[in-house]
Design a protein around this ligand. Sequence first.
Ligand code: FA5
Length: 340
Amino acid sequence: MNTRIDELLAAAQAELAQANSDGELEAWRVAHLGRRSSLTLALRSIGQLPPEQRRAMGQAANAARRTLEADLDARRQTLRRRTAHAHVDVTMPGYPVRLGRLHPLTLTLRDIRRVFAPLGFRAVSGPEVEWDRYNFELLNIPAHHPARDMWDTFHVQQDARPGDLLLRTHTSPVQARVMEQVPPPVRVIVPGKVYRYENRDASHEAEFMQVEGLAVDERITMADLRGTLTYFVRAMFGPDRDLRIRASYFPFTEPSAEAEMSCHACNGSGCPVCGGSGWIEILGAGMVHPKVLADVGYDPDTYQGFAFGMGVERIAMLKYGVTDIRSFYRNDLRFLRQFG
Ligand code: FA5
């Protein structure tokens, strides 16, 4: 008979676990604790048992009843808590939403694009894994020419042959790619990643970004280059900046130049930012070499062009006063949260 009570108890408990509303709880109570419930009937029938079994049976049935009453209370509490959670408290303060920020290099690239767009420069891109032909040959740097030493190159395939693949060392190959595709006039900027087999230090990365500029048309002169770059430094660093151009060498420009701007930190009087000279080098530039124009099928007697290439990290360092180029790639949130 005790076994029968245990079975009743187990069945009632299993059913209770399925009850999910006040109505279902009440139906369960009537079925398992009510006057007609199996347990009540079991208690009533005790009198028919042999006298020596009555006491044990009575105790078991009463214990089962108390257990079920306690279970009913517990289940009621559980359902109340659940309903309370389902309730939305619209007055509760929300969780703060953490906004992301733009990387300082993204901000700088956007600024550079914004400066050149109104001058008619369209932004284009080219492959980072590049053919030797575009990175060197079409830029007037033949295989085995000593000028190749200016760019320490990661080769994807060894041997300096025009058919070889490498990681582009500058954005200049896109000059040739654009000119091969479209007839003059051309006015483009080329933002993108470049790679050099170089030791990293506070001002050098092995993987960094450049923005190339190229303008080709009839009667383009060095004065156009100078005017464009002066406009650029003033738009980026303020109306008081001056530009100076010094002779330099790149195989794909003639003449070649290095552009410097008057130091924005000391206004040209000399300080640690400009190494005391008052001037800061910002990019390489020059007039597109006639051979480069001829090799892509442009007539150098009719068309001239200027080109320039700047390091985006270097511009960002100047703009934001960053002293170590490696900070841009460390993913240190304490650094990155200062921007944007
Ligand atoms: C060039 O790469 C030429 N292609 C630029 C050019 C384009 C000249 C068109 C004429 C016409 P250079 O190696 O100097 O030049 O690099 C250009 C700029 O890239 C530098 O002024 C500097 O700002 C940046 N740069 C160069 N090497 C590194 C480096 N390791 N890490 C970070 N920035 C660099």
